[in-house]
Design a protein around this ligand. Structure first.
Ligand code: HEM
Length: 345
């Protein structure tokens, strides 16, 4: 009779022991600086210790995640820029910016290269989309009044980014080197002829000795008409120069969003904001009253019956006097002072 031994499963590897020896090794600790225990401190550390995540703030105000406020358009524009950079770099493997090859390379890409049309169209459509999304982003910043202090500088950076987006689109348009692109760039750059002080046909060109072979258009084209030097100029501008400046300015743009206190919030109505609004309204009323008094003394018009003394500086919150009220100070007959209208409220 065969001896039946009970089945003994193989011992599992000492996972916990292994895990401990790895996570407590010097090498591990030199890379991962804190544990992943879910608490506030570790959550914050995960963000600030990570080179990519630290671009985000540790805490985000609730309104910043509200898509109906931001439309997410700045983020989408940035995403498209990244997408364009990646697809653009891959396109460079099949494209040579010379008169002899540029058009042929585009033909080859569309007919012979596997997924070539997909790659080209991914780049093309993303470029069109970026022009649209950057304009929508600017529109939303305008609608939400987010260009107001302290965000004026970031609005300025944004305007340069808008121009760079248009220039990227314009320079890319020439690269297929077909009839459409050559003539479009010819028409576009012809406008440069008329730029004041810079174009050969612009105002003051005679005085400055500007000719078609030394004006701003000549610098843009690398010649007096669109040709091979233009293609090379636009290629270098499109692939290196403009994306480099745009990427740098985007870094400044995002940094500045953080420094300006995060994404601007919607106007909220709190007791404090209502109070501030009330005081602002009263001060505006008072100022209007002061201004009303000015012509009476400066343009020769008869002075009002009451002495038009210069009103005292505003005392917004506490115990305003009649003299600081908007209406001319009220030396009412009998010496009684009329209360300022805004005190009656
Ligand atoms: C390549 C172009 C641009 C990129 C990638 C970009 C990206 C962003 C991002 C991601 C934000 C955070 C909020 C959001 O997503 O809406 C933002 C905010 C902002 N952007 Fe842009 N932007 C670009 C162009 C512009 C332009 C053209 C303007 C205006 C002329 C502009 C002005 C601003 C301002 C003022 C803010 C702060 C808004 C706030 O605090 O609510 N940006 N941008």
């Amino acid at each position: 009779m065969a001896l039946k031994l009970p089945f003994v499963p193989p011992k599992p590897p000492p996972v916990e022991k292994m895990k401990k020896s790895i996570t407590q090794s010097e090498a591990w600790k030199s890379i991962f600086r804190h544990s992943y225990q879910d608490n506030q401190r570790n959550r914050a550390l995960q963000i600030v210790d990570n080179v990519f995540l630290h671009l985000h703030p540790v805490r985000v105000p609730r309104h910043a995640t509200n898509y109906s406020f931001t439309w997410g358009m700045g983020g989408i524009t940035f995403l498209l820029f990244i997408h364009l950079t990646v697809t653009g770099i891959i396109l460079m493997f099949w494209y040579r910016p010379t008169e002899a090859f540029a058009f042929q390379d585009m033909k080859a890409l569309m007919n012979d290269v596997a997924f070539g049309p997909l790659l080209r169209n991914l780049h093309r459509w993303a470029a069109h989309s970026m022009v649209i999304t950057v304009m929508l982003h600017m529109f939303r910043v305008f609608l939400t009044g987010s260009y107001k202090p302290p965000r004026q500088f970031n609005w300025g950076v944004g305007v340069i980014l808008l121009l760079l987006t248009f220039l990227l689109s314009f320079t890319g348009y020439l690269l297929p080197w077909d009839q459409l692109s050559i003539w479009a760039v010819t028409v576009g750059t012809n406008m440069a002829r008329s730029v004041p002080l810079q174009g050969s046909e612009g105002p003051f060109s005679n005085y400055l000795g500007l000719r078609p072979d030394n004006d701003i258009r000549f610098i843009l084209l690398g010649g007096t008409q669109v040709g091979e030097p233009t293609l090379l100029r636009f290629y270098v501008g499109h692939c290196i120069f403009l994306p480099f400046i745009a990427a740098t300015l985007m870094a400044v743009h995002f940094w500045r969003v953080r420094k300006d206190g995060g994404i601007s919030g919607p106007v909220v109505s709190t007791k404090a904001s209502e109070g501030a609004k009330y005081i602002a309204e009263k001060m505006a009323q008072k100022r209007l009253g002061q201004i009303k008094g000015v012509p009476a003394t400066t343009n020769g018009a008869p002075k009002p019956a009451a002495p038009a003394k210069a009103p005292a500086p505003p005392k917004p919150a506490a115990a305003p006097t009649a003299a600081s009220a908007g209406t001319p100070p009220a030396a009412a007959p009998g010496g009684a002072k009329a209360p300022p209208p805004w005190l009656k409220k």
